[in-house]
Design a binder for this molecule. Structure first.
Ligand code: TXA
Ligand code: MG
Length: 314
């Protein structure tokens, strides 16, 4: 079953991290797993390295990138925290939450990372591989998802290789990502992108409801991830499908058994972790179209619906 290991792929371990850290310090790109999806990392302070990220992804414009830091103290060097940000960081870091905060004057972040904005998106990841790389490289890492622009985010090393080829110097393989959906992004009390940390959980910490749910919530803050077509597979996709037409690949859930089923027991967390892998397989199948069974929109189901809506909009 297993194909030959790809020459750019390294199994996670001390030697692989040392090699990856050396590449980062030399201004090159490394694909590395996080608890959400695989990221394409570069030294956040090196503008030439960050420019290489945009080139590798084929991003049409300079959308700002998320900066990954070791801990709250390092985040403090880059951004200014208010009480709400304090509370969210305390509750969810390390973990799949990204905070958009005012950029601190003199922060060691290339302006290409923030696309010239006066805010910066920051998170402290929980995954051992990303944490080890930040530590070994000794600097904050800018990292978008490790896929070509407008493709499906990678949740396995093989997805990265299929999407980016040799654009990353090295791909660290530490198995499939646990959450499987990109981090939740919050700016103030606005949810810019729903994700593994649910709107309910954020609302509990802030003591008020958050607005947004992935929709632009007015003002000038927008996340390019909100563009409707950000997460599209190559094939047409039909949502809420109870059955499949002959030319459709069915992604099932709960009572609806598919060619591939996200969770036989109707578990939304399991479904989130498997969603992008299922979309990759559906795209690679011999069927012309994709159908997806209905799923509840509660909890992390909100983020699943968000990604499916985008995948269906082409
Ligand atoms: O889970 C994740 O967040 C993954 C892993 C690798 O950490 N990264 C990821 O990055 O999904 P990317 O580049 O695919 O998505 C970053 C999102 C974009 O929608 C971007 O617009 C938004 O973050 N963003 C970054 N900086 C921002 C800022 N200053 N203001 C508003 N949105 C920002
Ligand atoms: Mg992305």
């Amino acid at each position: 079953m297993m194909a030959e290991p790809h020459p750019l792929v390294r199994r996670y371990g001390t030697a692989a991290i040392a090699e990856a850290a050396a590449a980062i310090r030399a201004g090159r790109l490394v694909a590395i797993p996080t608890e959400t999806v695989y990221g394409l990392a570069a030294d956040a302070g090196d503008s030439a390295a960050v420019a290489r990220i945009y080139a590798a992804k084929g991003r049409p414009s300079f959308n700002p990138l998320i900066v990954h830091v070791r801990d709250r103290a390092e985040a403090e060097r880059l951004a200014v925290f208010d009480r709400a940000a304090d509370a969210l960081a305390a509750a969810f870091w390390p973990g799949p939450l990204t905070l958009v905060l005012p950029l601190r004057a003199g922060a060691p972040v290339a302006s290409l990372v923030t696309a010239g904005l006066d805010t910066v998106a920051i998170r402290v990841p929980a995954h051992r591989a990303m944490r080890a790389l930040i530590e070994a490289a000794g600097r904050p890492l800018a990292a978008p998802s490790a896929n070509r622009s407008n493709g499906i985010s990678p949740t396995r090393a093989a997805h990265v290789v299929a999407s980016l080829g040799a654009a990353a110097e090295l791909v660290i393989d530490d198995g499939p990502c646990a959450a499987g959906l990109e981090s939740t992004i919050v700016a103030g009390a606005t949810l810019l992108r729903p994700g593994p940390v649910t709107a309910e959980a954020i609302g509990r910490v802030l003591g008020r409801l958050v607005s947004g749910g992935g929709q632009p919530a007015g003002g000038t803050i927008t996340a390019p991830g909100q563009l409707a077509t950000h997460y599209a597979p190559a094939k047409p996709l039909r949502l809420g499908a109870g059955w499949a037409e002959p030319d459709e690949w069915l992604i099932g859930f709960d009572g609806v058994e598919g060619d591939d089923t996200l969770s036989v027991s109707g578990d939304l967390t399991e479904a989130a972790a498997r969603l992008f892998d299922a979309l990759h397989r559906a795209d690679a199948s011999d069927r012309a179209r994709i159908a997806v069974a209905p799923l509840p929109a509660t909890g992390i189901g909100e983020a699943i619906h968000d990604r499916l809506r985008r995948a269906a909009t082409r």
